[in-house]
Design a protein around this ligand. Structure first.
Ligand code: PAF
Length: 280
């Protein structure tokens, strides 16, 4: 497995692959890899001749400096995992390599970026679009893989590909959970054992709410989830939204559309955790 830090070396490696007509899978990550990332890499290795994994903690998508500083960085362990998964190349550039000058591009994805994370993390999706569009330009992948845990991000990346008319397939991969239900996230490493225990309530209440929704209104189901989080010591709800899975806009009743998702963000101490569940 090749590990490269510059766009030049990455493109030299890919030029050979491209010349021989090989398909290229890209798995963009910010490192601190876990089984969720591993599932994306495994899918890419299955689908493509070459798999490139980018490991880059992208500063432009962090609206909170403290969050950027605390973000776990574990490149050596990440490379060991990627080697065992048969990835072909790790692209781990410096900030200066990716942003030799400030990226002033402004992306808009209305109405997808005007809700949920778009409200609570202003500028976040613009930063995601900046880095992901650069990775797409450097690598020109045949397919790119993203986790469904970041449900809104996945919808926005699909929209970016549509807007920019890019010729690649975006593959969404299912959430990977701990056996007790907690959605895997690099941020889980920041939880104390006590917080880790409390954080379980998030996935538990989401699962319970699917059954609950069968005999209750959407408003009652939303309230049930909100109350369960609010009444748990150690958790602080940022938002719980029940939305149309395609437009990400709020829905008021279960009959409004046939694709409905619940999206939640909760603080467990200082650690911000997100999760989602499909109702129909
Ligand atoms: O989902 C992530 O880890 C990041 O937002 C991504 C897509 C790698 C862009 O930095």
């Amino acid at each position: 497995m090749l590990v490269v830090e510059t766009v030049g070396k990455l493109q030299t490696f890919l030029a050979e692959a491209r010349a021989s007509g090989k398909s290229i899978g890209l798995v963009p990550t910010m490192g601190a890899l876990h089984r969720g990332h591993a599932s994306l890499v495994e899918q890419s290795v299955k689908d493509n001749d070459i798999t490139v994994v980018s490991v880059f903690v992208n500063p432009t998508q962090f609206n909170d400096k403290g969050d950027l500083e605390c973000y776990p960085r574990t490149l050596d362990a990440d490379c060991r995992l990627l080697e065992s998964l048969d990835a072909d190349c790790v692209f781990a550039p410096s900030v200066e390599e990716v942003y030799p000058e400030p990226d002033t591009r402004v992306f808009e994805f209305p109405p997808l970026d005007k809700v949920m994370e778009g409200i609570y993390r202003p500028g976040h999706f613009n930063g995601v679009a900046q880095i992901v569009s650069k990775l797409f330009m450097y690598i020109e992948p045949t397919r790119a893989y993203f986790g469904e845990k970041d449900f809104q991000q996945l919808a926005i990346i699909r929209e970016m590909v549509r807007q920019l008319d890019l010729n690649l397939e975006i593959v969404g991969c299912p959430i990977v959970r701990e056996t007790d239900g907690l959605a895997l996230s690099s941020r889980n490493a920041l939880l104390t054992p006590r917080q880790r225990n409390v954080s379980l309530v998030i996935s538990k209440v989401l699962f319970t709410s699917v059954d609950y929704s069968k005999s209750h209104s959407l408003a009652d189901t939303k309230r049930m989830v909100e109350q369960a989080i609010d009444s748990t010591k150690g958790l602080k709800l940022e938002y719980y939204e029940i939305v149309d899975g395609a437009t990400l806009q709020r829905v008021e009743s279960w009959d409004e559309t046939d694709y409905i998702m619940g999206c939640i963000t909760v603080y467990c101490g200082k650690v911000r955790l997100i999760d989602n569940i499909r109702y129909k």
